[in-house]
Design a protein around this ligand. Structure first.
Ligand code: ZN
Length: 191
């Protein structure tokens, strides 16, 4: 297991559509090692998720995990989930404004509209089918990670660019208000 270098905005790999993983590719040792490295790198950087192309491998694989995260203290917990070839289908047209950050966009946050619920279909790391529903802030995290696999970054979806801020200014001026909205979402969706 090794920590990998995370690509920053401006690196072309973040703008490519990552390719589908075949069953034989998924079974390869190098792919299983990549998955271990994605998890280790995500945890080391305190990320809520990390996609393979963020560590310079353009495959449709990402990891999501939320424990007690100092970057996102208001986020509800979500167990480690590895998604291979994931597909996300919004189950409503209702959106909320999520205040997002990204390990590939250092020191910037901004408000992004996300669907409040969605169904997710994917394979797990062993090729077994996953099929589940995500809601609230968790749904926002999934939409952010799946966007990466299509070469989309959260900054592309920021509607009001005046919401962009550094992490220090987020804490000073925006965190309290967003934490209030976040707890309303958690109360409504349990996630
Ligand atoms: Zn990201």
């Amino acid at each position: 297991m090794a920590l990998r270098k995370i690509a920053s905005i401006g690196h072309p790999i973040l703008r490519e559509r990552a390719h589908e993983v075949t069953p034989s590719e998924l079974a390869q040792t190098s792919t299983q090692e990549l998955i271990d490295d994605i998890v280790a790198t995500m945890r080391d950087a305190n990320g809520a998720g990390l996609a393979a192309n963020q560590v310079h491998v353009p495959m449709r694989i990402c990891a999501i995990e939320v424990g007690s995260n100092p970057r996102y203290p208001y986020m509800p917990a979500w167990p480690l989930t590895i998604l291979v070839n994931p597909v996300l289908e919004p189950s409503t047209r209702e959106t909320f404004l999520n205040f997002e950050g990204c390990l590939s966009v250092p020191n910037l946050r901004g408000q992004v509209p996300r669907f409040v619920s969605a169904s997710v279909r994917a394979l797990d790391r062993h090729g077994a089918q996953l099929d589940f529903e995500v809601r609230g802030l968790t749904a926002g995290t999934f939409q952010h990670e799946l966007d990466h696999l299509d070469g989309t970054l959260f900054v592309d979806r920021v509607v009001d660019t005046r919401t962009l801020c550094t992490w220090v200014e987020f804490d000073r001026f925006h965190r309290e208000e967003f934490a209030r909205r976040a707890s309303d979402l958690v109360a409504r969706f349990g996630s």
